[in-house]
Design a protein around this ligand. Structure first.
Ligand code: CA
Length: 411
């Protein structure tokens, strides 16, 4: 359930939920869990596991705030990519490629997905295993099974989580993740885990939390099942002819490469159109179908995207997300930044830049919480205050301009 999975990438929220009677809520929760027992057993969960786990569960009402959270601040695509594909993530990804080379080679030959793509998904999903999310899955999913507006969906995920425990893949204390239940290196939902996760290290358990080989192979298996074609590229940056009809754009508006070519769409880097990481790579056939992506409109970078882009897209159902993974994979193979600049005079900040900005905000007395490179509501309020003080229009956005101004601002 991709829309619900993005808790790790989401920014902070501020809301509160009050309960007039927690005792009432707890009694309701117990009744609700008892009502799930029959379903659980019908799905193959043992009575012993169901009883042992549900006995101690308490609801966590804070997940309901996340369920109904509406972001008030939409990141421009250049900010989104600046933090997801920054020098740190490229350097760490290259280190991971080297460290897991043998495993990734075996994964590539078994699943037909190249190492750079698998590692790029890992880097974006969990920052190479450093950000799994911190919420106990069974607590979040049981709460969402009994309260809120998506109970049928979350009941399925909750009961599947019980099966994961029952089958011995993972212990409950290892099942922590996003508020919505995405967990492990790959940030799979429990139902995705059941369909897709594999035991690649051969210990008999599918473990995407404590086994990196299992997690990386599960990612490759996901992409393969989503239609990944070995040896083909996700796509590449293109140049549009002047006067191009932008209504032709759209990931789903597929045309043959030869048609795009006839319309005057050209690869920006000569020789692009092949998968750099794969020995059997070839240019895309002229009848290969591609969509045209204009993530920031016709003035920004443009991309032709093929079937493998759709496979990445299926991981999280957002084009910006798929572009981040595709771009990170290219950079892990030695590729550079996009050639066409984003249509802005204030480009986004890497995580290092965001940490520097946060440090400058703290030095000016703002309480922004932890200096972690995550721009939440408190950081944005502090940025607004500084923008106002410096005579800028307050936007709350963490960009190069405010960073430079604060750097040079000798008080
Ligand atoms: Ca295993």
């Amino acid at each position: 359930m991709p829309v619900l999975r993005g808790a790790l990438l989401a920014t902070c929220w501020a809301a509160s939920l009050t309960w007039t009677s927690s005792a009432q809520a707890d009694a309701g929760f117990e009744r609700c869990l008892a009502g799930l027992r029959g379903d659980a057993l019908a799905r193959g969960v043992s009575a012993a596991t169901f009883d042992r786990i549900t006995r101690d569960l308490q609801p966590d009402m804070s997940v309901l705030e996340r369920l109904d959270y509406q972001p008030e601040f939409k990141l421009p695509i250049w900010d989104y990519l600046a933090a997801l594909v920054d020098d740190e993530r490229v350097a760490e990804g290259r280190a991971m490629l080297a460290r897991w080379r043998d495993t990734l080679g075996k994964i590539e030959s078994e699943y037909g997905v190249d190492a750079a793509t698998v590692v790029a998904v890992w880097g974006v999903e969990s920052n190479y295993g450093k950000s799994f999310g911190k919420r106990p899955l069974l607590t979040s999913l049981s709460t969402l099974s009994c309260y809120g507006r998506r109970q049928p969906f979350f009941r399925g995920e909750f009961l599947t989580t019980l099966r994961i425990v029952d089958e011995g893949h993972l212990q409950p204390d290892r099942l922590v993740g996003s508020w919505a239940g995405a967990f492990g290196h790959t940030q799979f939902m429990p139902s995705t885990f059941m369909r897709i996760a594999v035991d690649f290290d051969g210990d008999g358990r599918r473990d995407i939390v404590d086994s990196i080989p299992d997690a990386l192979a599960s990612t490759a298996n996901y992409l393969r099942r989503s239609g990944w074609r070995d040896g083909q590229t996700w796509g590449y940056e293109v140049r549009l002819p002047s006067g191009f009809d932008e209504s032709l754009a759209g990931r789903k508006s597929k045309r043959a490469l030869s048609q795009w070519s006839a319309l005057g769409v050209r690869a920006l880097v000569p020789g692009q159109g092949k998968a750099g990481a794969s020995a059997q790579s070839q240019g895309m056939a002229t009848d290969a179908k591609a969509g045209l992506l204009l993530p920031a409109g016709p003035q920004g970078p443009a991309f032709l995207v093929f079937r493998n882009f759709d496979a990445i897209y299926s991981y999280n159902a957002a084009e910006s997300y798929a572009l981040a993974i595709a771009h990170l994979a290219d950079q892990l193979r030695g590729g550079g930044a996009f050639i066409t600049p984003w249509p802005t005079d204030d480009v986004g900040l890497s995580r290092a830049g965001r940490r520097e900005l946060q440090t400058l905000l703290v030095l000016r007395g703002h309480d922004i919480g932890e200096i972690d490179g995550m721009i939440g509501s408190r950081s944005r309020e502090a940025i607004k205050a500084e923008e106002q003080r410096l005579g800028m229009t307050p936007s709350g956005r963490a960009g190069q301009k405010i960073l430079r101004l604060l750097r040079d601002d000798k008080r």
